[in-house]
Design a protein around this ligand. Structure first.
Ligand code: PMP
Length: 334
């Protein structure tokens, strides 16, 4: 079988059961969004948001797409832009991995790096800067994934029904992270209709305010975290937290260890946010007293993070390992 375009390979990702880690009495499944052609769950929303803008007459070939992105939406948009003939400008916070930025540039995107240490409302905050650039660029369309309704819709009409079919209409709990909240809100809408007893579990990086908002209804000062793609210092405008019953706050090191264990025991190379989701899913599964069918996501592939948390020297530099391990690959590279 052949496909008419790489864009036709987006979605219909496989589900794999976890068998080599301790899942307590639960069955734990992983939906491998890393198998999308751009390497992440964001391919789905990038294609859907561009096609919605085309249908609404907001984009025509040759126009410029502008977006603020931590990386994966950028990679996904770059793929869609290449295939459909758009120019692309991306505003990216400077904490994002070098591999992601080089990949974006290789795809022909214009990357504007901005500060990671400023919050919403600051002119150098990545979303504020992207909105300003969009206003100053002729024939530009600002995708605005945080406010774009096609973002959750792509998950409601794509990710969710796939999962539902793949797990034979039996899903007790779904463990999700929140970046823009598109995944959570889209899944939440689908399951409210088709399986209202399905529980939602939030996996949140320690330092993000979202777990506190779920658990206590309020939050303290946000901190910082190294995990990429999830966690926020504000509640995203489209976030529907109403179906989230449990929220776990997961440290960077617990996330990184979960992702490294996944690679060592199951052979799945996942990114840091997938480590957070897996760590939360394992905590949830091990706290159950009877069998539940639980699912979470491998949001992106780990190859972008080989020089980061898969590398002991990097963990050591971050103060997360006390002693560098002998024999690390970086010792072998001059
Ligand atoms: N994981 C990764 C690696 C991501 O890039 C993102 C999106 N920023 C998410 C998870 C979160 O998904 P959402 O934006 O749908 O909340």
């Amino acid at each position: 079988m052949s496909y008419s375009s790489v864009l036709a390979l987006i979605g219909n990702t496989p589900v794999v059961r976890v068998t080599q880690l301790d899942t307590g009495p639960c069955e734990l499944y992983l939906k491998l969004e890393s198998q999308n052609p751009g390497g992440s769950i964001k391919d789905r929303i990038a294609l859907a948001m561009v096609e919605a803008a085309e249908r609404d007459g907001k984009l025509k070939p040759g126009d410029t797409i502008i977006e603020a992105t931590a990386g994966n939406t950028g990679l996904a948009l770059a793929l869609v832009a290449v295939r459909k003939g758009y120019k692309l400008t991306l505003v990216v916070p400077d904490k994002m991995s070098r591999e992601k930025i080089l990949h974006l540039q290789a795809l022909g995107a214009h990357v504007v790096l901005t500060r990671s240490d400023v919050g919403k409302g600051h002119p150098e905050y990545y979303q504020d800067l992207a909105a300003r650039i969009a206003g100053e660029t002729p024939n530009a369309y600002y995708i605005d994934q945080f406010n774009n309704p096609t973002n959750p819709l792509a998950h409601e009409t794509g990710t969710a029904p796939e999962l539902w079919e793949q797990l034979d209409h039996e899903v007790d709990a779904i463990v999700v992270g929140v970046g823009t909240s598109g995944t959570l809100t889209g899944l939440s809408r689908f399951f409210a209709k088709h399986s209202p007893n399905t529980e939602f579990v939030l996996a949140d990086p320690a330092g993000s305010i979202l777990a506190d908002v779920v658990n206590t209804g309020s939050h303290g000062e946000p901190g910082s975290w190294l995990v990429e793609g999830i966690g926020e210092d504000f509640v995203p405008p489209q976030a529907d937290l109403s179906r989230v019953k449990t929220a776990y706050s997961i440290s960077d090191m617990e996330s990184f260890e979960a992702a490294r264990d996944l690679l060592h025991h199951e052979g799945i190379l996942a990114g840091s946010s997938s480590g957070t989701l897996l760590a939360a899913a394992l905590r949830y599964c091990r706290a159950q007293t009877k069998r539940k069918r639980v699912v979470t996501f491998i949001c992106d592939s780990g190859n972008k993070y080989l020089s980061k948390f898969y590398n002991d020297s990097w963990l050591f530099d971050q103060g997360l390992l006390t002693l560098p391990k002998v024999g690390n690959i970086t010792d072998l590279i001059p």
